[in-house]
Design a protein around this ligand. Sequence first.
Ligand code: ADP
Ligand code: ASP
Ligand code: MG
Length: 412
Amino acid sequence: MARLVMKFGGTSVANLDRIRNVAAHVKREVDEGHEVAVVVSAMSGKTNELVAWCKDADTLHDMREYDAVVASGELVTAGLLAIALQKEGIAARSWQGWQIPILTDDAHGSARIMDIDGTALSEGFSKHKQVAVIAGFQGIHAESGRVTTLGRGGSDTSAVAIAAAIKADRCDIYTDVDGVYTTDPRIVPKARRLERVAFEEMLEMASLGAKVLQVRSVELAMVHKVKTFVRSSFDDPADPKPGTLICDEEDILEQQVVTGIAYSKDEAQITLRRVADKPGVAAAIFVPLADANINVDMIIQVVSDDAKTTDLTFTVPAAEYDRARTILEKAKNEIGFADLHGANGVVKVSAIGIGMRSHAGVAAKAFKALADKGINIRAITTSEIKFSVLIDAEYTELAVRTLHTLYGLDKP
Ligand code: ADP
Ligand code: ASP
Ligand code: MG
């Protein structure tokens, strides 16, 4: 007998038929004699709808009430799946985040899990032989007693955190693709499914835009050594495939130089022209942005002709673009720049691979390949196991496909 966490995302619980299909996957594991905790997302599209309603009600809404609203999507699917399981003769009950409880901090809208008490869930297994159906994406801030949510895609994190808390033998993330691919299979049909991917690489892929797993779920899996698979809920419940295992890099036999290509459309570029070239200027620009919790990513500084001033280009999340502009315009006198240029239609394309640690010239090859396709690079960043280029959004697919082919990732 093993203890399992099975997580089902939005498309996998999109309607009652899909929920019945999820029940069949759960039944298979229960029939094998396993103890099962299921984590569910809201039906696909539901969270978007709830978020839009909050914005509609008031653009500057109270984030505590935002959480109260958006957490509701998962409550519905948890209850419905418990009913579907009971109909199959399986003992099951639903759990809302606060009932377990899943304790978080009070960063409403993107709260972090602080602690999960696994006692009640474990008792449900031992005393009641009951499947636990848990609403993902949510928790409670103990001190204020308010419901919180974990940020978009947060049910992945709920699942891995629960797996760690109840010491599950495995955490299966069921989704609408049958594993982690070399890049998003929806934009590159030649993408290949990976048997295994290293935690570090998955972490980079997720933070650089591969939405298949929320970044924090990968961090937790890595820290708590949770054996995590990404697999498909569209497989025949009687004959499922194992999917992709996220594992330590030592457990991967054949390591490629580049493992995957990711892209992120959530970027915006800001350029400050003719900034004084003197000590303290970078601080004058970036400290106010940091104080406003705006993440600055790529930074490029160019010395201009007169040697007294410089141009500074950097990127911020697209959602923070307007706020960043306002803050900089306000601080214009202290910073001292001639003018501010911004671009919203930019995309960051990244290549990720542990093999880059030991191979030189990996990024240089990409710059040439992109140039050959006439793609202009606006900014570049590199680190130990990845590099990223910022390009115009219209070239996204071409750039992703070009790099995918360049590094030999296309399926034969
Ligand atoms: P869920 O609702 O199950 O959480 P998501 O939509 O959050 O599903 O994540 C699955 C999607 O992630 C896939 O449909 C796919 O388009 C996208 N995706 C992006 N990059 C990758 C990748 N490298 N491998 C697999 N899927 C990816
Ligand atoms: N329903 C939430 C979202 O759409 C959480 C999740 O699906 O993981 O972001
Ligand atoms: Mg998701």
